[in-house]
Write a protein that binds this ligand. Structure first.
Ligand code: AHN
Ligand code: ZN
Length: 335
């Protein structure tokens, strides 16, 4: 990449204004508190917009499968993708949870340039976990999570990506997939129950039966919990094993753009997540951008993970901005 292809945008004034009002979780946009570099011809990701899409999902209430909030939010997501000009597919079926509960699953897919064979897949899960089973207070175990970070953040970023694509199409086709029934895995308070395949039911379904026959993409990027305050994203283990070139592409971009603090070029742990089945069954190299927090007490995914605190109070526009801008940088540079 030639240096002349970059423009520098310094947000010093904005950051000085914001430094006196905390993390900028509400009110003024705090989307750019670092000096950063962005390629010309790549749209500017609007973190306020993404933040609003996260909030809209949370306002439905916990999007737990079979609930009214889930149904209504599913309709909202379908309509947003249609508004943003995507060709929308839905995969609706009943899948069985680990305990035999039938779950009304709804995978939602928005396709841009559906005729193109050059494609990139972007995905996130949109359902909410029915249990706060990682909460320090066991009285909260049966309270569903708000899923502001765990669910809504990845979807919010991708809705903003969709809005940007509508305004200016990248050279390649893009599929945005909102997977359902990711987070119904065996709760931690049930020990002895085999759990591995109890997660990611929607992506398991899609990866075995894609929305179009013979679906293929160059690569995939999964966003999971990309809105947390203070998040750092290490290279997830399975992504390294199956799609190291994509990790390298993304982390190199992050460093070129001045986001090295958010994206250390180091390996993190292995996570069972939707990308696993995209790699295993669909055989599309897919990475997972997921936080790994060295000094969190409750979880390596951050202290709100699967607790009643996974709400809007802990969503940071800066994190949404960094991840969203990197995704745009990657897809607008595919030819
Ligand atoms: C496990 O905890 C096994 N995987 C994490 C997948 C996940 C849950 N992502 C969001 N919620
Ligand atoms: Zn979860």
């Amino acid at each position: 990449m030639n240096i002349h292809h970059f423009k520098c945008i310094a947000w010093l004034t904005v950051s000085l204004l914001l430094s006196c009002c905390g993390k900028g979780k509400s009110g003024l946009s705090a989307q750019n508190n670092d000096t950063k570099v962005q390629s010309v011809d790549v749209p500017t990701f609007n973190a306020d917009s993404a933040y609003a899409y996260v909030g809209s999902q949370v306002e439905f209430g916990p999007r737990v499968p079979n609930s009214e909030a889930h149904r209504a939010c599913g309709d909202y997501l379908v309509n947003k993708l249609k508004d943003f000009g995507a060709l929308v597919y839905e995969q609706c079926d009943v899948v069985e949870a680990f305990d035999g509960t039938p779950l009304n699953m709804r995978n939602i897919i928005g396709a841009y340039r559906p005729e193109s064979r050059k494609r990139v897949l972007l995905c996130a899960h949109w359902d909410c976990r029915p249990w706060s089973d990682n909460d320090p207070d066991e009285r909260n175990f049966f309270t569903p999570v708000d899923g502001a970070n765990d669910g809504a953040s990845g979807v919010g970023v991708l809705l903003e990506v969709a809005r940007q694509i509508q305004q200016k199409q990248p050279a390649i086709g893009v599929d945005i997939i909102f997977f359902d029934t990711e987070d119904y895995g065996v709760p931690m308070f049930l020990d002895g129950v085999s759990s591995e395949d109890s997660w990611c039911l929607g992506s398991q379904y899609w990866a075995r039966t894609p929305h179009v026959p013979d679906y293929n993409a160059r690569f995939g990027i999964l966003l999971d919990m990309v809105g947390g305050e203070g998040a750092t994203f290490y290279k997830e283990g399975l992504s390294e094993d199956y799609a190291s070139a994509i990790n390298e592409k993304v982390w190199n971009k992050a460093h070129e753009m001045g986001y090295a603090n958010y994206f250390p070029k180091q390996r993190g742990g292995y996570v069972t997540d939707d990308h696993l089945y995209i790699n295993y069954f669909a055989r599309i190299p897919c990475i997972d951008i997921i936080p790994m927090m060295r000094d969190s007490k409750l979880s390596t995914f951050g202290d709100t993970w699967h607790t009643v605190n996974d709400n809007m109070d802990h969503i940071d526009r800066n994190t949404l901005k960094v991840v969203g801008q990197i995704v745009l940088e990657v897809i607008y540079n595919e030819k």
